[in-house]
Ligand binder design. Structure first.
Ligand code: FMN
Length: 229
């Protein structure tokens, strides 16, 4: 089976959250077109993952063969979260902008899943860019929302966009190339005016388009004869 991992980060519930609404729309559309896809959800608002601390860092940077049971235990949740990424062909991140960056709940997940030897390797023989991703071939859809507007490149708030650059840098940890990263965002939420409605309608139209595109291109599980089901 081909896997989808949906990572939710809005502190608001389904009835009010724009990003949860976009995720529901996207997953409904995608699974209607591709009922073979399995969807796993990691809700970082309902069940926050802890921030990494000193003992987590000590464990992550100790070679696996040298880790004590206590250090292994430090990484148990990180292992589980990375396992969810490994099992996915498509990662959907539904997350608002909070204070010009990703919600802290999402940043904690990013820190938990950026792991030496699991999602990236480090080699000074590579010169000034010693980090290299380990995972590859995954797709990423980011479904976002903001109260203000103009955070895209060239927009009036591009310089204070602390959300998109983080995702763009860290998508490599999840095995996502630039061309496989789709960003859809509803803007103007705080204004609630016609611009908000236009932005929301455009985002929903893009959700349909990207779901259709991914439904046609996501890998299909091989049946018993080795033929795509
Ligand atoms: C704590 C908090 C911080 C926010 N910070 C920003 C911000 O820096 N810039 C912005 O444009 N909107 C900001 N907003 C507005 C949200 O991005 C907007 O309400 C969005 O729709 C929230 O996503 P949701 O509807 O999925 O919960 C903030 C909202 C909250 C609750």
């Amino acid at each position: 089976m081909s896997g989808v991992l949906c990572v939710q980060a809005s502190a608001r519930g389904t009835e009010r959250s724009l990003t949860r609404g976009l995720a529901a729309l996207f997953l409904d559309r995608l699974t209607a077109l591709r009922p073979d896809l399995t969807v796993a959800t990691r809700d970082l608002a309902q069940a926050p993952v802890p921030q990494i601390g000193g003992s987590w860092i000590a464990a992550a940077f100790t070679p696996p063969a040298e880790r004590s049971p206590a250090l292994e235990a430090e990484l148990a949740l990180s292992d589980e979260l990375i396992g969810e990424i490994e099992a996915a062909d498509l990662i959907v991140i539904a997350a608002p902008i909070y204070n010009y960056g990703p919600p802290a709940a999402l940043k904690a997940w990013i820190d938990q899943t950026a792991r030496l030897g699991r999602t990236f390797s480090f080699d000074l023989a590579r010169g000034d860019y010693p980090l290299a991703p380990i995972l590859s071939g995954k797709r990423l859809v980011v479904l976002s929302a903001c109260g203000e507007f103009g955070f895209a490149a060239g927009g009036p708030r591009a310089a204070i966009n602390g959300f998109d650059p983080v995702i763009d840098a860290c998508r490599l940890y999840w095995g996502v190339a630039a061309e496989d990263h789709h960003l859809i965002r509803i803007e103007y939420q705080e204004f609630g005016d016609e611009r908000f409605r236009v932005s929301r309608d455009a985002a929903e139209a893009r959700v349909h388009a990207v779901a259709g595109q991914l439904a046609a291109t996501l890998p299909r599980a091989l049946g018993p004869e080795g033929v795509a089901a």
